[in-house]
Write a protein that binds this ligand. Structure first.
Ligand code: C2E
Ligand code: CA
Ligand code: CA
Ligand code: CA
Length: 275
């Protein structure tokens, strides 16, 4: 049994070592990814539930790794957050998304994900202001998605920062709603423009009454607070009809489209080459 235990431990240690090594590799490669132009934003449509038309797109990072192929954000965003690289990366995302939306028809907006670490960076406001000015994009066409964790620690300064950003005309959405703690308190401490209902509630909305009841409660709450609701991860038309019935305003999910490269976006102006 002793031998066995040691054997297990060494397999475990080797596994841990590999995991740590993997993270280090990702970290090192990520540092050069920006310079080498390996990052790309894909775009997933946000759809008006009544008209089925796209009202905008969420920008989602993809990393074209020279050896490993495409790496998804769930793998490298946590590393970028732990190492602080997310600040630089996030600034690149804001700028790229705004240069992109400048090529779209006026009625389309872009949503960008913000990490907690970006909120602590003094560069966030200047980055947003400069990118809006450089591209001439109307501020209301930019929506920033934040999660509850941003409001959790150091509540007051983040609330103030969000107010400043919002006073530019930029919209703020609460992402992954329902997956964190004491969500209702956040709705009181900051006036969001939008609540994005997490996929876990949407998953079974067509088969479970409790999921339906939660969605109904959230859409009711949101609309009485003057906020829009977006349901994330809609994959089936049965989900869509339930969400419509429960008063959801917007939907997003594979039923409409996965995130796609920018040149797939309808009505996008071809680059003129003099940007
Ligand atoms: P998120 O912000 O909750 O984004 C939604 C994720 O759900 C995306 O995964 C999207 O592709 C996926 N998804 C959309 N529709 C469906 C569906 O119908 N079914 C299923 N199963 N999944 C769907 P993705 O692109 O892998 O992004 C994962 C997470 O990475 C994002 O979650 C976000 O938290 C983070 N992320 C992505 N890009 C950025 C970025 O530029 N900055 C920051 N800070 N985080 C980012
Ligand atoms: Ca998001
Ligand atoms: Ca989300
Ligand atoms: Ca998420």
């Amino acid at each position: 049994a002793k031998e066995n235990g040691r054997g297990c431990a060494s397999v475990f240690e080797r596994y841990m070592h590999e995991a740590v090594q993997d993270r280090r590799n990702i970290e090192m490669d990520l540092r050069s990814a920006l310079k080498r132009n390996e990052l790309e934003l894909y775009y997933q449509p946000l759809v008006n539930i009544e008209t089925n038309e796209s009202i905008g797109y969420e920008a989602l990072l993809r990393w074209h790794h020279p050896e490993k192929g495409m790496i998804m954000p769930d793998v490298f965003i946590p590393v970028a957050e732990d190492t602080g690289l997310i600040v630089q990366l996030g600034e690149w995302v804001v700028r790229s998304a705004l240069y992109e939306v400048a090529k779209w028809p006026e009625h389309l907006s872009v949503a960008v994900n913000l990490s907690p670490a970006q909120m602590r960076s003094p560069n966030l406001m200047p980055t947003i202001i400069n990118a809006l000015a450089a591209t001439g994009v109307a501020p209301h066409r930019l929506e920033l998605e934040i999660t509850e964790s941003v409001l959790m620690n150091d509540n007051q300064s983040n609330v103030e920062l969000l107010h400043k950003i919002r006073s530019l005309g930029v919209r703020i959405a609460l992402d992954d709603f329902g997956t964190g703690y004491s969500s209702l308190n956040y709705l009181r401490s900051f006036p969001f423009d939008k609540i994005k209902i997490d996929r876990c509630f949407v998953d079974e909305v067509d088969s479970r009454e409790d999921c339906r009841a939660i969605i109904r409660a959230v859409t009711g709450l949101a609309s009485s607070l003057g906020m829009v609701t977006t349901a994330e991860g809609v994959e089936r038309s049965d989900q869509l009809s339930q969400l419509k019935e429960e008063g959801c305003v917007q939907v997003q999910g594979y039923l409409f489209s996965k995130a796609v490269p920018a040149n797939n976006i309808k009505g996008r102006a071809e680059p003129t080459g003099n940007i």
